[in-house]
Design a protein around this ligand. Structure first.
Ligand code: ZN
Length: 270
């Protein structure tokens, strides 16, 4: 069925699996973040400069732009504030994308979960043990109902956010996070006198989503479809901010949309 659709599509709008002059590469995200697959993904190693992976399973493949942005940001934080615990990177996508446990999105290699840097109440940097829920006071119990707390390391988490916000190659589209943690990070940035452009970008990118959890336990990074990804069938997922390069063409239809177009062309062509 898929091959037949691709053959038909080649005659009309092109097919993501067939490189053309407009689509010189044959890999990348295909479809929407919550309904798509990943081709030509890049693997995030189990550990590297300034980061470790949270899980040892196979959910560590992503858009090369995303994986590079994470490793660059982790290394930047380590360089700026050496000696601290590494960034803990949780789920990205499966090698070929598609549905994975625990997530609705994360299907096309454009989404990654990053745990906050944390410190003990007396200020020692420690590795985030995993998805702790931080309140408006910046504290999180290390286990439900525990009396032992850690604090969000605002300084190092801001450096992470700043690196991701400034990374023009990555094309970061969202940094989903709870609004009280967003406020904390931006307040820190203002107080530190960070440059206005970085703060402006972070203000736009940091966002508490209205259609999912508040994200008080991790930052969810999403990168945009690059213009070349869009030619290959990458679609949706957010807006293009003024500093980003938006695709200049309408991305081709995915198989489901194509099928619907073939069955009812008049409706689809509107
Ligand atoms: Zn997430």
């Amino acid at each position: 069925m898929r091959r037949a659709l691709c053959t038909l599509l080649l005659l009309t709008a092109g097919c993501w699996s067939a490189p053309t002059q407009l689509a010189p590469r044959s890999g990348g995200p295909v479809g929407l973040p919550h309904q798509g697959v990943l081709t030509g993904g890049k693997s995030l190693p189990l550990e590297g400069k300034g980061f470790v992976r949270f899980r040892k399973d196979g959910i560590h493949w992503g858009h090369p732009n995303l994986v590079d942005a994470i490793t660059t940001a982790a290394a930047t934080v380590q360089r700026a504030r050496p000696g601290g615990a590494p960034l803990v990177v949780a789920d990205i996508s499966a090698e070929t994308g598609g549905k994975i446990p625990r997530h609705r999105s994360h299907r096309t290699g454009r989404d990654a979960d990053l745990l906050f840097y944390v410190v003990t109440p007396d200020g020692r940097s420690v590795e985030n043990p995993g998805f702790l829920h931080f309140g408006a006071d910046g504290l999180a119990p290390v286990k439900p109902k525990s009396r032992t707390f850690v604090r969000i390391d605002v300084e190092r988490t801001w450096l992470l956010v700043a690196s991701l916000s400034k990374d023009d190659t990555a094309g970061v589209q969202w940094l989903f996070v709870a609004r009280w943690l967003k406020a904390m990070l931006l307040e820190h940035a203002y107080a530190r006198g960070e440059d206005a452009d970085t703060i402006y970008r972070a203000m736009k990118l940091l966002h508490q989503p209205s259609d999912s959890f508040s994200h008080d336990d991790h930052i969810h990074v999403r990168v945009a479809c690059s213009p070349s990804d869009a030619v290959g069938g990458c679609r949706g997922g957010g807006i293009y901010w003024p500093w980003m390069q938006a695709p200049s063409i309408e991305p081709p239809l995915n198989d489901r949309q194509l099928l619907s177009a073939l069955l009812s062309p008049a409706t689809e062509s509107r």
